[in-house]
Design a binder for this molecule. Structure first.
Ligand code: F6P
Ligand code: MN
Length: 332
């Protein structure tokens, strides 16, 4: 029901699952709280000196901003003590993050990108936090990176929080996708976008066009056909968007459809792609599929990939079914 608070929504969902202990509900609530705290720092921006570049690089070779580090710390500090997690993996940490010995260990693992799209920080465009929840192996003394090497199909829940004109949490636990808007007056996420569905057809695509010369043939063919539109034999003309913020692109796709891709290209070959499997492609793939869309590398379903590394990268094509399937078919 529209207007339900997130906690109430989660408890109602939990009651539909026989034998549910409520641990996932508590974990998702804690993640939502972490997102509220991160959103608060994003909003304070330059007033709190949060936009400074600190000059260090993460394991991905990306320059870290103060807000990247702050978001990462908030996420870790908000979750490590709760007793719901056995370990975490973050875009900003080379190695997986163990739960400190003084806290109880829980039955879940979370992989997260604390602040996606952070090249948009200084230009005041939408950025966000992405997370993927998996089960931890039972009865293991020490959790290792190996335990995170689970296919996307094994995710228990996934979501993202977008810090835009409004702060919105998008969530799936495998029963469809729901969106909650942060009501700042009461400090709660409220269900405003129930049962989000991605339209099967679209006339909008999103790709970084500056990489055109590096693309593989199927991608070049698809985009060239979209650009040509009716004149080139497609049944319609297309529009293009590129925000350089995956959370914002996926949010747009969820709201009105579209095809979003960061495909394989010549200069990404050695890296495997641009976007990271565990905390970008998998959670977004799960959300998109749960909303009736498709998520593929062009050659296989994202959620079927066997991960081999915490920071592994993959090509991503996701969004409206008919357009994604068309681009995938060009790869065959
Ligand atoms: O986290 C990676 C990311 O910031 C995504 O949010 C976004 O889709 C992509 O990188 C943008 O990459 P580029 O700057 O190459 O367009
Ligand atoms: Mn990211």
């Amino acid at each position: 029901m529209i207007g339900q608070q997130l906690t109430q929504f989660l408890i109602n969902e939990q009651r539909k699952v026989p034998g549910a202990t409520g641990e996932l509900t508590l974990l998702l609530n804690d993640i939502a709280s972490a997102c509220k705290a991160i959103g608060h720092e994003v909003n304070r921006g330059a007033l709190a000196g949060n936009l400074d570049v600190i000059g260090t690089e993460n394991v991905q070779g990306e320059v870290q901003k103060k807000l990247d580090i702050l978001s990462n710390d908030i996420f870790i500090r908000s979750l490590e003590w709760t007793g719901h997690l056995a370990a975490m993996a973050s875009e900003e940490n080379d190695e997986i993050i163990p739960i400190p010995a003084e806290y109880p260990r829980g039955k879940y693992l979370v992989a997260f990108d604390p602040l996606d799209g952070s090249s948009n920080i200084e230009v005041n465009l939408s950025i966000g936090t992405i997370f993927s929840v998996m089960r931890a192996p039972e009865g293991k003394a020490t959790i290792t990176a190996e335990d995170f090497m689970q296919k996307g199909t094994a995710q228990v829940a996934a979501g993202f929080c977008i810090y835009g004109p409004t702060t919105i949490l998008i969530l799936t636990t495998g029963q469809g996708v729901n969106g909650f808007t942060l009501d700042r007056n009461v400090g709660e996420f409220v269900l405003t976008h129930p049962n989000v569905r991605v339209p099967e057809d679209t006339s909008e695509f999103a790709i970084n066009m500056s990489n055109h010369r590096f693309w593989e043939e199927p991608v070049r063919r698809y985009v060239d056909e979209c650009v040509q539109g009716k004149a080139g034999g497609r049944e319609k003309d297309f529009n293009m968007r590129w925000l350089a913020s995956m959370v914002a692109e996926v949010y747009r796709v969820l709201m009105r459809g579209g095809l979003f891709t960061y495909p394989m290209d010549e200069k990404l070959k050695s890296k495997g792609g641009r976007l990271r499997l565990l905390y970008e492609a998998n959670p977004m793939g799960f959300i998109i599929e749960q909303a009736g869309g498709v998520a593929s590398t062009g050659r296989e379903r994202i959620l079927d990939i066997q991960p081999t590394g915490v920071h592994q990268r993959v090509p991503v094509i996701l969004g409206s079914k008919n357009e994604v399937e068309r681009l995938v078919s060009y790869h065959q």
